[in-house]
Design a protein around this ligand. Structure first.
Ligand code: C2O
Length: 490
């Protein structure tokens, strides 16, 4: 099988010539063809709207028994393989609208917003209202963030949305679901629309880029497509965003990141044999198992430019990197007592901290190896369209931005509207509120150095990270309730 190459979109077109490489125009024309199909015809599972509804159907639309809907997997270890499959079938549907010559090596491009600041701008072909021939450009949608930065005007998304440090930090794919902090790929779940076991990667850059592009619109009707499960895949950039995430999964698995070696995918049969349904280019409903999508070149016929070579297959179990850890969960040593509500302005809260008494106790002399700040039991009806930054023990008046040494992390709240169970297949009955955990070990070390670490209290500041409170005050921001802020050590 010839291997197709998924390229960096910014290498295919730029401000001087948005349409330079024909791959981009071919994508636009195929989307126009998908949009021209009648969504209500039961044979048109490949239409644009029906494809997006596989992720989740649009808010307020009735379930359509003829079509596959509401399948997306978030907040757990199927997030990565499910979206890989979704892209792969979609890419082939796109190709089905091309002539053979164009379809031959056509592959979805990816949007790499992390490595070069200039590329945090939405690629220009997605901002042009018309195609070179004057027709409407299907890559352009107006349902994109207007505030604090206007995406369709070529303003870059915030650098706070694209940081890879925390995403690439875990050396294992999964940790037990009793742990507030997860591995790279998230915790073990069944079929779940949105579980609370996301790895840090699923929040940042994944969720944060969703919100940084979808964001806040002046009248909030409708919201930005990318900000919610039910509309995200209606923005053509969705597919390039997920292509980049799929690439980063391979980067994590193949190379060394954040001081650890190549990562490993789970080998347990509950992960490998799980199957999901999709729609193929003939509009037939088909199934794929996770074990059929772990080798992108050999099984799926694509690769990305610039990937590290695939790691050698480790035949003996000892040499194999660990995929699913069974470590004890970190121990909670402090928590807030009252919930906190975010509504577009800075809030501060304080938690009492006590010494560990459980498994982390033995490490107390040396100091615990890791300290995590967890933001738990998060609820809200819709995405606020803003990213919130979390800071610890902020000195009075110091700037609240992600370059601060007291910056713990960013919260995207992507999926907040769906953060409850879905009545489908083998639903878990775990709680389904969102949760984030940030590794604050280096901040705690710094605070100790500065003599600003209080062993009995921790002050936490949460603020919209991309704009000042006064600028936001003009908008009606959807509230987010945080049940608990807590501190864990291990
Ligand atoms: Cu299922 Cu980025 O979304």
């Amino acid at each position: 099988m010839a291997v197709r190459v998924r390229n960096d979109i910014w290498d295919l077109g730029d401000e001087a010539d948005p349409w330079r490489d024909p791959v981009i125009l071919a994508y636009a024309q195929a989307i126009a063809a998908m949009q021209a199909l009648d969504d209500t015809d039961p044979d048109n599972g490949t239409s644009w709207v029906n494809q997006a509804a596989i992720h989740e159907r649009q808010p307020g639309t009735p379930n359509d028994p003829n079509n596959l809907q509401d399948q997306c997997q978030h907040g757990g270890w199927y997030f990565l393989p499910w979206h890989r499959m979704y892209l792969w079938y979609f890419e082939d549907i796109i190709r089905s609208h091309m002539d053979d010559a164009a379809a031959g090596d056509w592959a979805l491009p990816y949007w790499n917003y992390s490595d070069d600041a200039a590329r945090r701008v939405l690629p220009p072909a997605f901002r042009e209202p018309t195609l070179p021939n004057g027709d409407d450009n299907p890559l352009f949608v107006s349902q994109r963030r207007h505030f604090p930065n206007e995406i369709n005007a070529g303003n870059p998304i915030s650098s706070a949305a694209v940081l890879l440090t925390d995403a690439m930090l875990p050396s294992v794919f999964s940790r037990p679901n009793t742990s507030p902090v997860q591995g790279f790929g998230g915790g073990a779940t069944g079929f779940l629309h949105n579980a609370p076991f996301a790895g840090p990667f699923e929040n940042l850059p994944h969720g944060a880029v969703h919100v940084a592009v979808g964001g806040l619109l002046p009248d909030r009707t409708p919201d930005g497509f990318m900000s919610a499960f039910g509309t995200a895949a209606l923005d053509p950039i969705f597919w390039l965003h997920h292509c980049n995430l799929d690439r980063l999964w391979e980067v994590w698995r193949r190379g060394s990141n954040q001081g650890h070696g190549p990562g490993a995918n789970p080998t347990s049969s509950s992960w490998l044999t799980r199957s999901f349904r999709f729609v193929d280019r003939t509009a037939a409903i088909v199934r794929k198992r996770v074990e059929e999508v772990v080798d992108i070149e050999g099984q799926l016929g694509y690769t990305y430019v610039g990937l590290p070579a695939a790691p050698a297959v480790h035949r003996d179990a000892e040499a194999r990197p660990e995929a699913v850890s069974d470590e004890q969960p970190p121990e909670m040593v402090g928590a807030t007592e009252e919930p906190v509500t975010l509504k577009g302005a800075t809030v501060a809260t304080r938690l009492g901290v006590s010494a560990p008494t459980g498994p982390a106790k033995r490490d107390v002399a040396a100091g615990p190896e890791h300290v995590y700040l967890a933001i738990e039991d998060i609820e809200g009806e819709k995405n606020p369209g803003l990213l919130y930054g979390v800071f610890v023990n902020m000195p009075e008046g110091a700037p609240l931005d992600h370059e601060s040494p007291y910056y713990a992390g960013t919260m995207s709240f992507f999926g907040i509207e769906a953060s409850k169970s879905d009545e489908d297949e083998d639903d878990d009955d775990a709680p389904h509120m969102l949760r984030y955990a940030f590794d604050i070990t280096p901040i705690v070390a710094k605070l100790k150095d500065e003599d600003r670490w209080d062993p009995e209290h921790l002050d936490v500041t949460i603020t919209p990270i991309e704009a000042a409170d006064e600028e936001i005050a003009a908008y009606d921001i959807a509230p987010v309730k945080i049940g608990r802020v807590s501190l864990y050590v291990e």
